[in-house]
Write a protein that binds this ligand. Structure first.
Ligand SMILES: NC(=O)c1ccc[n+]([C@@H]2O[C@H](COP(=O)([O-])OP(=O)(O)OC[C@H]3O[C@@H](n4cnc5c(N)ncnc54)[C@H](O)[C@@H]3O)[C@@H](O)[C@H]2O)c1
Length: 488
């Protein structure tokens, strides 16, 4: 039987019938034995990376792989964090590495070793003894190959979003992280935004009662970015190198689920007390992208290469049911002309919060006024915001959340603390891509979300919000103000 047919049959079994009666144990064991794309046999958990404290690192030597728009911002942010040494830089473009060396020079830091040796140049960096942490901001297709090489090379890794593209890749990072006991952190910066952190702490303090429902999204009209063709070697205009994003948007899936989902999963303690059980997905037709490509091709022959491509639809939606009976709705739209939104809505038995389009918190019918919002912020802003919030705003990166994320990552490594966003989160949040793709292709049938923790979600503890055992990492002299990185 061809693997496609085998996959179709298995997924059909998983996707139908069982929902009338709940997921059968037979169905559950099927998906635990074989990943949804049928390639991988799932082993038992070898070691629980959730809550794992890796040996303490006084200094964290960081190597960057992928130093385009996002990676260069990360290099700059890291120059402000004490205890960080930027020792290696890797990209396929010499211009990108040169740009990062300039950032180091401006910060008065020594030059880093360069790795510019084609698509697989990262292997030399990962095999070297120059770095403790490999920070990955390449296009999506390289995330997991680099992360796996890093962990196999005895390095921790932190990977941009979305971390993995396929179910096989999701299982691969879990298995390699467990075997090597190296962290594989998903760099979901939205988990560190101010309103997300405030509401997370309010959930932890019981203000929401029981959480019932959450909504998140990535709604961002990427028209400018999609059609911003490369101008120079350094990509100084911020275009996606080799137009990688428009290539990814051929895929009929939620290819970028984690900005909306990550903060909701943290609030619901997914993988740490609850888990996502199954999802169903739907996608609209494409009403704009194909037409925009045709328009652009008339203006500039460069865009002829994309004419006639079968693009993703404008909007895709996932509905997810959790084991504790909660519901989550995720949306993704990068091609409709509308304002940016990640929604970030949490609905509990005692409290409601939503960030987009207008940030508000409500108790029943009563919406908190300005005074009450201030009181809530004073009472419930978590420790990381109290300690780092103002500095993070100065350093910047999407209003400060990027800096809080990087600082926390380094502080955890320096204090031997578990990660806020571990490999199970990376896999569970990323796997929405292949699962939504399957559901969309199969008339929105439901499909089970694998339990990457293999049962450990029942005992895993929520991550620390108090900075207990850490918070010792300082920040260097802040000469700059303002924010370079605004588009997410
Ligand atoms: N968290 C956020 O808010 C946020 C925002 C923007 C981008 N991102 C993520 O950051 C990543 C990079 O996005 P970007 O906008 O910077 O793209 P980009 O195209 O500007 O940068 C990618 C870089 O990777 C390099 N590269 C490509 N293949 C490589 C390889 N094999 N080895 C080494 N380098 C390689 C490219 O030359 C380029 O410099 C993506 O995963 C994206 O989703 C996250």
């Amino acid at each position: 039987m061809s693997s496609n047919r085998r996959d179709f049959l298995r997924n059909s079994i998983l996707g139908t019938g069982m929902l009338a009666t709940g997921l059968t144990s037979q169905a559950a064991s099927l998906i635990n034995e074989t990943s949804a794309d049928g390639k991988r046999k799932i082993s038992k958990q070898q070691f629980n990376m959730c809550g794992y404290s890796a040996p303490k690192l006084d200094k964290v030597r960081v190597g960057f792989v992928g130093i385009g728009d996002r990676g260069s911002g990360a290099v700059e942010r890291m120059t402000y964090i004490e205890g960080v040494e930027i020792t290696a830089l890797c990209d396929i473009r010499q211009g990108a590495v040169d740009g990062a060396q300039e950032i180091l020079a401006k910060a008065g830091l020594p030059k880093a070793k360069e790795f510019v040796a084609g698509d697989l140049g990262f292997k030399q960096l990962c095999d070297s003894n120059l770095v403790d942490l490999v920070y990955i901001a390449t296009p999506w297709e390289w995330h997991v190959p680099v992360a796996v090489a890093a962990m196999e090379g005895d390095k921790h890794t932190a990977v941009e979003v979305s971390t993995a593209k396929t179910m096989d890749e999701c299982w691969q990072i879990v298995e390699v992280s467990e075997r090597t006991r190296k962290h594989c952190v998903i760099l979901e910066n939205c988990c560190y935004d101010f309103f997300e952190l405030l509401t997370l702490n309010m959930v932890r303090q019981g203000v929401f009662g029981d959480l019932v429902h959450g909504e998140g999204a990535y709604i961002h009209d990427l028209d400018y970015w999609h059609f911003n063709k490369p101008q120079d070697e350094k990509m100084s205009d911020g275009a996606y190198t080799k137009m990688w994003r428009i290539h990814e948007n051929k895929r009929k899936a939620n290819v970028y689920p984690t900005h909306g989902l990550g903060p909701i999963c943290q609030a619901m303690n997914i993988n740490r007390g609850d888990k996502m059980d199954y999802l169903t997905a739907m996608m609209s037709a494409d009403f704009t992208l194909k037409n925009r490509i045709a328009e652009k091709a008339k203006e500039d022959p460069f865009f002829q290469q994309f004419v006639g491509w079968d693009m993703r639809g404008n909007m895709d939606i996932q509905l997810i049911k959790t084991n504790k009976g909660r519901t989550i709705m995720i949306q993704h739209d990068v091609s409709s002309p509308r304002p940016y939104s990640r929604i970030h809505m949490l609905s509990g038995t005692k409290c409601f919060a939503q960030k987009w389009p207008l940030q508000h918190i409500a108790f029943g019918h009563k919406t908190a006024d300005e005074k009450m919002m201030k009181e809530l912020e004073e009472k419930y802003a978590p420790e990381i915001v109290r300690r780092m919030g103002e500095m993070a705003k100065k350093v910047g990166g999407h209003g400060g959340m990027d800096f809080m994320m990087d600082w926390r990552l380094i502080d955890c490594l320096r204090n031997s603390l578990p990660m806020d966003m571990d490999v199970y989160d990376a896999a569970a949040w990323s796997c929405i891509t292949p699962l939504s793709e399957w559901s969309i292709a199969n008339g929105s049938k439901p499909i089970e979300v694998p339990d990457f923790t293999r049962g450990a979600w029942k005992i895993n503890q929520p991550h620390e919000l108090t900075l207990k055992g850490g918070g010792t990492t300082g920040v260097k002299d802040l000469k700059k103000g303002g924010d370079k990185q605004l588009g997410i």
